[in-house]
Design a protein around this ligand. Structure first.
Ligand code: GDP
Ligand code: FE
Ligand code: FE
Ligand code: FE
Length: 187
């Protein structure tokens, strides 16, 4: 699928600000894919569709998580996590993208997972550092992302977990499992 077609589809699903965020993720994912030798076209498509399900209702997302036998522990954690796996499902069934690498990058873009592929890491980090993002620590991860992808991923996870803990939010186990996985690999 060509970029213009993909963008036209995703645009119907998103509010203006979220579409602008998506364009930022697309540009950043392409840049990182070139830098680290990933498949640039897959990075582009995964980035374009990563937040496809962002504005679905909780009810619809919950129904899909149950009916499609996704990890049921998702339902015990923040609905913020749900658009990632539900997005992978809808991008496959509604948009018709069958490439498993792309679908996995969408599925794991919020929590991450142990043993992430290069493409998954690129989408996760591009989502975190795209130019429209501004929060404490983002510039450090921006710089790290161009030097050492795993160190950037680790810093992003550290920041996310710290941020959630400061808000007394529950942490989804996969978020911790991803953190632990990278922590061990960086030792
Ligand atoms: P976005 O969709 O572009 O806004 O970014 P993400 O998909 O990466 O994250 C969506 C939201 O999920 C953010 O507000 C994160 O803080 C939140 N989030 C990520 N991991 C966890 C987690 O383990 N637990 C909880 N409660 N929220 C999380
Ligand atoms: Fe997201
Ligand atoms: Fe993210
Ligand atoms: Fe996003």
């Amino acid at each position: 699928m060509k970029r213009e077609e993909a963008l036209a589809i995703v645009r119907t699903q998103l509010k203006e600000q979220r579409y602008i965020h998506t364009l930022g993720v697309m540009e950043t994912a392409i840049e990182l894919a070139k830098l680290y030798g990933a498949d640039v076209q897959k990075a582009e498509l995964a980035a374009i569709f990563h937040d496809y399900a962002k504005f679905r209702t909780k009810e619809e997302m919950k129904r899909i998580i149950i009916e499609q036998h996704m990890p049921q522990d998702l339902l015990a954690y923040s609905p913020e996590l749900w658009h990632a796996p539900v997005g992978a499902y809808l991008v496959q069934t509604e948009v018709g993208i069958q490439d498993e690498d792309i679908l996995q990058a969408i599925r794991y873009h919020t929590s991450g997972r142990p043993n992430m592929t290069l493409l998954e890491k690129i989408v996760y980090i591009a989502d975190y550092i795209e130019p429209n993002r501004s929060f404490p620590g983002v510039d450090e991860v921006r710089a790290l992302a161009r030097e050492h992808l795993d160190r950037a991923l680790f810093r992003a996870l550290q920041n996310t977990i710290q941020f959630l803990m400061d808000k007394r939010e529950p942490i989804y186990p996969d978020t911790f499992h991803t953190y632990n996985d990278i922590a061990k690999k960086l030792k």
